[in-house]
Design a protein around this ligand. Structure first.
Ligand SMILES: [Zn+2]
Length: 191
């Protein structure tokens, strides 16, 4: 487990950052303290083990179906600019005798989203965790999001949507199945 978040160090860093600006407003006096707490919250996934999140959430399954959950909210932060990317995640898997509690899908995506990320890796990590813990016949993860580092910097014309896909097992082999569930992944996120 990584060492605990150092709020004081983060607070000092925010103070130094703000000192680069010609600020005169007293309203920012407590900003370093608030921002340090917020940063800790947004990166709490570094201090959470995926094993602890899944816990007792694996159940036996006898069916021959497919599990498809879409619209899981993703709020993460890009590791290049420390700006948020916000969107949704769709997870589809074909169980092999085991299923995950549905709320665990949300929790898994949250643990990885609450770290500094690139969307490509976030998508892979979610697929990998599901693959590792229940060994399904296939898993497909689609993340669609809007990156504020694209929207707020330079020319911001619209909300460019980025979609990333991670496919394992049957979804990697079977293009038709992958396309079918990709197309059914989720609507464009709204900010
Ligand atoms: Zn970025």
């Amino acid at each position: 487990m990584s060492k605990p978040y150092n709020t004081k160090l983060a607070e000092d860093a925010y103070k130094a950052l703000l000192s680069t600006l010609p600020l005169t407003d007293e309203g920012v006096e407590r900003t370093p303290s608030r921002a340090a707490k917020a940063f800790g919250e947004l990166t709490k996934g570094y201090h959470t083990k995926i094993e602890d999140v899944i816990g007792q959430g694996v159940f036996p399954y006898k069916g021959d179906g497919i599990v498809h959950v879409r619209g899981l909210e993703i709020c993460s932060m890009c590791e290049h600019h420390l700006l948020p990317f916000i969107g949704t995640c769709a997870i589809t898997y074909i169980p092999d005798k085991k299923i995950l509690g549905l709320s665990k899908l949300k929790r898994i995506s949250e643990v990885y989203a609450r770290r500094l990320q690139v969307q490509e890796r976030l998508t892979e990590q979610i697929a990998e965790a599901i693959d590792k813990f229940i060994k399904p016949k296939g898993v497909l993860v689609v993340v669609r999001s809007v990156h504020l580092c694209m929207k707020m910097r330079g020319v911001c014309e619209a909300d460019p949507e980025t979609s990333t896909v991670a496919a394992r097992g049957e979804f990697a082999r079977n293009e038709g199945l992958r396309i079918q569930y990709y197309n059914d992944s989720q609507p464009k996120p709204r900010l």
